[in-house]
Design a protein around this ligand. Structure first.
Ligand code: MN
Ligand code: MN
Length: 468
């Protein structure tokens, strides 16, 4: 028998708010999220570098009928176009029925991820081992990257300009590589280091070989053997490393995590989780009112510099060229545009609860995270989304059953982080930070809730399809 609610209970229901978990709020989402994440796991395994993410994304776009963007073309509503920037960043767009003077709807995420890059002269021999010197990319906790299987991905251009694609450690039967660590028995001195200094940058050396070339007249026989094997496989010589981009990434494939399989565990989910969700939402949009623009950016993890980062102009040049071909003033278009700047947020971790304000944290399983500001030390370095923009997006998400939560990155003054949002809003484009919460962010095995991944997709889809 139902017990009557007290007056206080009714009032609390009316006035107070606690963000629900998605599984309670939308029970049908569990199955849909599981389905959605099957494609997502494939995307992660096929896209372990920014270049691979671009290539795989272009495959999906091409299958969906997208055509390469041709500057100067006046497109028709519903037309689908894409543009690759230097093989490392990607823009996909669907032309809207509204003119560009009413603005575009942008979903921006990034496809670079923290990793271990080879130095320009990487290969050396020491103690009869062949090793590679590295320089890490992005904010890693270095101790997490030792004693775990790594794969090598990248491109090398030979002296004559021929491009060679490197991929070792992914296919069944491939060897993998590893950064070694000291055994605990001899760890007394290393144990006294801080966690941050437990492994130093110059200690991130990758083991690649141990057999000598048979000719004893040669000085560095193990190094020569490693180079010979690379030459046999790819036709490259040691000098070609100078032109190469080779990245060591975890060899592990994406996996379901948990007895209930409620999480995805994988390398590179920051920020390929938002990238995949936004890409699928872009591909699925048909005849939108506003022109939709999905950007998969590079270089976010190192500050968005360079021609493929969001501090560069390629996205805005693309919009300017699109506007020019349609006879629309691009400034008018920018001013009327809106952007979801998607990047992962830190999921509250009960094991490290002290790092968070529980009231203002984002949680795995509570849906898409809306972060009005990022930055650090008094909101420095942030795009701070205004109340009007928050109202626009929260109404949109509520109307489309997107489960969302708000929060910020950890305890005040503990640290913080930046995203690309401020590089978009400086062009006079209203921008809000959103993203999927991640546990163990920037580690070789990051964790996301499938329900949050699905809610991110639903949010991008709602933004693409709205007429307002
Ligand atoms: Mn990120
Ligand atoms: Mn990151």
């Amino acid at each position: 028998m139902n017990q009557e609610k007290t007056q206080g209970q009714l009032l609390a229901e009316q006035l107070l708010y606690k963000a629900p978990i998605v599984a309670d709020k939308d029970t049908s989402a569990v199955e849909l999220a599981n389905e959605f994440c099957e494609g997502y796991k494939v995307y992660l395994d096929e896209s372990k570098t920014e270049r691979e993410a671009v290539e795989y994304s272009v495959q999906l776009l091409t299958q969906a009928g997208y055509k390469p963007f041709v500057p100067g073309t006046c497109y028709q509503p519903g037309d689908k176009i894409y543009m690759v920037n230097r093989g490392k960043a990607l823009i996909a767009a669907t032309i809207g029925s509204y003119g560009l003077e009413r603005g575009a709807h942008l979903n921006i995420s990034h496809i670079d991820a923290p990793r271990i890059d080879l130095k320009p002269s990487p290969l050396y021999e020491s103690a009869d081992l062949a090793l590679l010197k590295t320089h890490y990319y992005g904010g890693i906790r270095k101790y997490q990257w030792t004693a775990t299987p790594l794969a090598l991905h990248g491109v090398v251009y030979k002296a004559d300009g021929e491009k060679v694609v490197i991929n070792i450690g992914e296919k069944p039967g491939d060897p993998v590589f590893c950064i070694t660590d000291l055994l605990p028995h001899l760890g007394a001195e290393q144990n006294a280091r801080t966690l941050k200094g437990g492994i130093t940058g110059e200690e991130l050396n990758i083991l690649v070989g141990g057999l000598p070339y048979e000719d004893e007249a040669v000085k560095e026989r193990v190094k020569l053997m490693a180079m010979k094997l690379l030459n046999e496989r790819y036709g490259i010589t040691e000098r070609d490393f100078a032109r190469a981009e080779i990245e060591a990434v975890p060899a592990q494939k994406a996996a379901d995590v948990g007895l209930d399989r409620s999480f995805v565990g994988a390398y590179g989910q920051d920020d390929r989780v938002d990238a995949y969700a936004a890409l699928i939402a872009e591909i699925e949009v048909k005849n939108p009112a506003f022109t939709t623009i999905c950007v998969l950016a590079d270089k976010e993890e190192t500050g968005s510099d360079g021609a493929t980062g969001l501090q560069g102009m390629y996205v805005f040049h693309f919009m300017q060229q699109l506007c020019a071909a349609h006879g629309v003033d691009s400034i008018t278009c920018f001013q009327a545009s809106k952007c979801l700047s998607a990047d992962v947020s830190a999921a509250f971790d009960p094991t490290f609860a002290k790092a968070f304000d529980p009231l203002n944290s984002t949680y795995a399983g509570k849906g898409l995270a809306l972060c009005r500001y990022v930055g650090s030390a008094g909101k420095v370095g942030t795009n701070d989304a205004g109340a009007e923009l928050m109202t626009y997006f929260t109404k949109l998400f509520d109307d489309h059953d997107v489960v969302w939560q708000t929060g910020e990155m950890g305890r005040v003054d503990l640290g913080g982080g930046g995203t690309v949002s401020k590089y978009v809003s400086k062009h006079d484009i209203d921008t809000l930070d959103v993203g999927v919460p991640v546990l163990s962010m920037h580690s070789p095995f990051e964790i996301t809730s499938k329900l949050d991944v699905y809610m991110a997709y639903k949010a991008f889809k709602a933004f693409n399809e709205t007429k307002e």
